[in-house]
Design a protein around this ligand. Structure first.
Ligand code: ADP
Ligand code: MG
Length: 339
C-alpha cells in the first residue's frame, strides 16, 4: 500500500490558493473586499504587468494591530467570524480567513499597516509562505499590501494566465464594477503608471459614470427609476448611440452585487429593441433592489450568477420600463434614423 503523507503547511496553503486565487483579478477582489471590510473610504489599486508583476492596494481603513499582523496571514485566521452562529449574521464580505494565507503562499507579499491608536506602522513580508520579521516603519493610518510576482513558485499555474494586457483588463473591469457598486467609497485605479480613473466617493452615480467612462458617455444618459411590488429599478440607460458590439457595457447590480445574468440582459435588450440594430448592445448601469428571499445568491458566488424565483415578472418589469423610458425621452427608433 502507498504510504500516507501529511502535507506540510506550505503545500496546504498552495493547494488552498488554487481555490481562492485564479488570476490577478481574484487577488485584487479579495484585497479590496478586505479594505472595505476594514471600513476604508478611499482605496487605491495599482497594477503593473496586468497585476502579475505587481498589485498594490492602499486603504485608509482600520489598519491591523501589531500583535495581529502575523495572525492575519495564517489560514483560517479571520476577525470576522468566531463560530458557526456568526455565519448567519455576517455583514462583511470575507469570512473564510483564506485570502492572505493563500496569496502569500503563491506570491511575494509585503504589508504596511497602522491603526489610528499606534504611533508607528508595521511592515511585514511573506514570500511564498516564508515569513519575515515585523519591522516598525512610519506610515499613514490604514493598510498597504503589495503583491509581487504572482505564481512565481507555481509555474504550472502561471502558465494558465492570459497576457498581461488581458489580465489587466479583467482587473479594470472588476474595479469599475466595485466602484459603481460602492459610490460612497473613493476608488483610484492606476494601470502601468497610467491614471485610469479616480472616483470621488460622493455617492453620485452619474458622476461616477463620468469618472469611469468619460464625458461622452455621461452626456448621453437617460435616468430610469421605477418600482413594482417588491422590485425597484434605478440607474441610467445609455442613449442608443452608445451601442457596442458586445455586452461589456451592460452593468447591473442586484441588491448591491454585480452580476451577470442572461435573462436580465435579454430583458434590457428587448426594451431597446426598436432602437438598436441586431447584434448591438446598449450601455446601462442599473441597480435592482428586491426581497433577498426571492434570490438565491449561492448558485455560484465567484461567477457572479444568481437565481431568481420570479423570473418572468422580473423580465417583463425590466423590459417594459426600459422601453417606456426610452420612448418618453423620444429616442429615435433605429428604423427611422439616417446614419
Ligand atoms: P477574511 O477576510 O476572510 O477574514 P483574510 O485572509 O482576507 O480573511 O484576512 C484575514 C484578516 O486580516 C481579516 O479578518 C482582517 O482582520 C485582517 N485584514 C486583512 N486585510 C485587512 C485590511 N486591509 N485592513 C484591516 N484588516 C485587514
Ligand atoms: Mg478577506
Amino acid at each position: 500500500m502507498a504510504q500516507i503523507n501529511i502535507l506540510d503547511k506550505n503545500t496546504i496553503d498552495q493547494i488552498a490558493a488554487g481555490e481562492v486565487v485564479e488570476r490577478p483579478s481574484s487577488v485584487v477582489k479579495e484585497l479590496v473586499e478586505n479594505a472595505m471590510d476594514a471600513g476604508a473610504k478611499a482605496i487605491t489599486v495599482e497594477i503593473q504587468g496586468g497585476g502579475i508583476d505587481l498589485i498594490r492596494i492602499t486603504d485608509n481603513g482600520s489598519g491591523i494591530e501589531r500583535s495581529e499582523v502575523k495572525k492575519a496571514f495564517l489560514r483560517h485566521a479571520t476577525s470576522k467570524l468566531s463560530n458557526i452562529g456568526d455565519l448567519f449574521s455576517l455583514k462583511t464580505l470575507g469570512f473564510r480567513g483564506e485570502a492572505l494565507s493563500s496569496i502569500s503562499a503563491i506570491a511575494q507579499v509585503e504589508m504596511v499597516t497602522k491603526t489610528a491608536d499606534s504611533l508607528t506602522g508595521i511592515r511585514y513580508t511573506v514570500n511564498g509562505g516564508q515569513e519575515g520579521e515585523l519591522e516598525e516603519v512610519g506610515a499613514p493610518n490604514g493598510t498597504t499590501i503589495i503583491v509581487r510576482n504572482l505564481f512565481y513558485n507555481t509555474p504550472a499555474r502561471k502558465k494558465f494566465l492570459k497576457s498581461p494586457r488581458t489580465e489587466g483588463s479583467y482587473v479594470a473591469d472588476l474595479i469599475e464594477h466595485l466602484a459603481m457598486d460602492n459610490p460612497d467609497v473613493s476608488f483610484h485605479f492606476i494601470n502601468n503608471k497610467d491614471d485610469r480613473f479616480h472616483t470621488s466617493g460622493n455617492g453620485d452615480l452619474k458622476e461616477l459614470i463620468y469618472r469611469i467612462y468619460g464625458r461622452d458617455v455621461s452626456m448621453a444618459l437617460v435616468p430610469i427609476k421605477c418600482e413594482t411590488d417588491g422590485i425597484q429599478l434605478e440607474g441610467y440607460l445609455g442613449e442608443p448611440t452608445l451601442n457596442r458590439s458586445n455586452r461589456g457595457f451592460e452593468n447591473f447590480f442586484v441588491n448591491g452585487r454585480y452580476i451577470k445574468d442572461r435573462m436580465i440582459s435579454l430583458a434590457i435588450e428587448e426594451g431597446y429593441k426598436q432602437y438598436l440594430m441586431q447584434h448591438k448592445f446598449p450601455f446601462c448601469v442599473l441597480h435592482i433592489v428586491m426581497d433577498p428571499d426571492l434570490i438565491d445568491v449561492n448558485v455560484h458566488p465567484s461567477k457572479m450568477e444568481v437565481k431568481f424565483q420570479n423570473q418572468h415578472t422580473l423580465f417583463e418589469f425590466i423590459r417594459i420600463n426600459v422601453e417606456q423610458v426610452l420612448k418618453s425621452h423620444e429616442m429615435i427608433p433605429e428604423a427611422l434614423r439616417d446614419e
